[in-house]
Write a protein that binds this ligand. Structure first.
Ligand SMILES: [Fe+2]
Ligand SMILES: [Fe+2]
Length: 339
């Protein structure tokens, strides 16, 4: 897989600045600034979701909320350190299927995320709504458009071809295993029934980790984030580190929304977290009943996929097939260089 990204934009766009100097800067939770979008039609986060409730309101009374709470009960009981270890070993084989990014986006239409209190539209709408909103505000950051487009593709884990995992092993907020469960996790009362809860090796603040060890060394609950990160990485993606961080930790709300578990981050994690905060606004608040016209925007995303990932093969099972895919789109010289 070849994804060509200009990384200089990353350095130039996120800079520590005096917040008072420029009123055209957007101040974000992470204590950093990014240039505020100057167009008058820039994306504005709504205050309520399409069900008329505030976003991520896990206490609101509704049938949907009961389903969500039951989801978290099962997730918190079943996601243990050993379970995640087994899942990583199984899925790093990448032997489930092979398909293009766009095929995978369309396949995702068959998935409904039971953990999400804000969305009951087909998943491709969520991918495109978030990607389109980011595209509008950050027209030059094509790596961020692509990141948005693919960030949830790992939800195919719920489909038969990918093992038909239960919802609690695919979606929902993620959290570390191997150390104490933080109270910042939604519905955290259910962790008491998790087998790791009373394990003395796992139930201290650092558990089996050390302060500042870096999230890459931490076992995070298994789901679509870690799976898609694994797929991208094993395919040799050249997405910038921030793009991979977004894919891998976008459901890690206890960290990026509540500020829990920050003692496990290293310096690179802290830098990447700035971009995750940018992304999260679009991931969370672009969910809407106003649907994106898939056919209208498809040519742009196809061109983006071909531009930044001409040979992407999401789930390769044979190296030969990956080579064929490369050959289809690239010159012999590029092919030799890529191999
Ligand atoms: Fe997600
Ligand atoms: Fe998402």
């Amino acid at each position: 897989m070849t994804i060509l990204i200009e990384q200089s934009a990353l350095v130039s766009q996120v800079e520590q600045k005096d917040l008072q100097k420029n009123k055209n800067e957007l101040v974000l939770d992470g204590g950093f600034t990014v240039p505020k979008v100057l167009t008058s039609d820039a994306f504005v986060a709504p205050e309520i979701n399409s069900f008329g409730q505030t976003f991520r309101d896990y206490d609101a009374e509704s049938e949907r909320q009961k389903t969500v709470e039951e989801f978290y009960r099962l997730q918190h009981i079943n996601q243990t350190y050993d379970f995640v270890k087994r899942m990583r070993e199984e899925y790093e084989k990448l032997d489930k299927a092979e398909m293009s990014i766009w095929e995978c986006c369309e396949l995702l239409n068959e998935v409904v995320d039971e953990s999400d209190p804000d969305l009951d539209e087909p998943q491709i709408q969520h991918l495109l709504q978030s990607a389109e909103a980011i595209r509008k505000d950050y027209p030059d950051e094509d790596w961020l458009h692509l990141t948005a487009l693919i960030h949830d593709l790992g939800k195919v884990l719920t489909l038969p071809k990918f093992g038909e995992l239960p919802q609690w092993a695919v979606v929902g907020d993620t959290f570390p295993l191997g150390c104490a469960f933080d109270k910042a996790n939604v519905h955290n009362k259910y962790f008491k029934e998790n087998a790791d809860y009373n394990n003395p090796a796992y139930n201290t603040k650092n558990g089996i980790y050390s302060e500042g060890c870096g999230l890459d060394n931490v076992m995070i609950s298994w789901g679509h984030d870690d799976y898609m990160y694994m797929v991208a990485k094993e395919n040799g993606t050249t997405l910038p580190s921030a793009g991979l961080f977004i894919i891998r930790y976008h459901s890690f709300y206890p960290l990026h929304k509540e500020g829990a578990y920050t003692h496990l981050m290293n310096a690179e994690d802290k830098e990447n977290l700035k971009w995750l905060h940018v992304f999260n606004k679009y991931d969370l608040y672009s969910k809407s009943k106003v649907l994106v016209d898939v056919e209208a925007v498809k040519p742009y995303y196809i061109s983006l996929i071909e531009k930044v990932s001409p040979c992407i093969s999401l789930f390769p099972c044979q190296a030969e097939m990956v080579k064929l895919a490369i050959f289809e789109f690239k010159s012999i010289q590029d092919l030799e260089a890529a191999l």
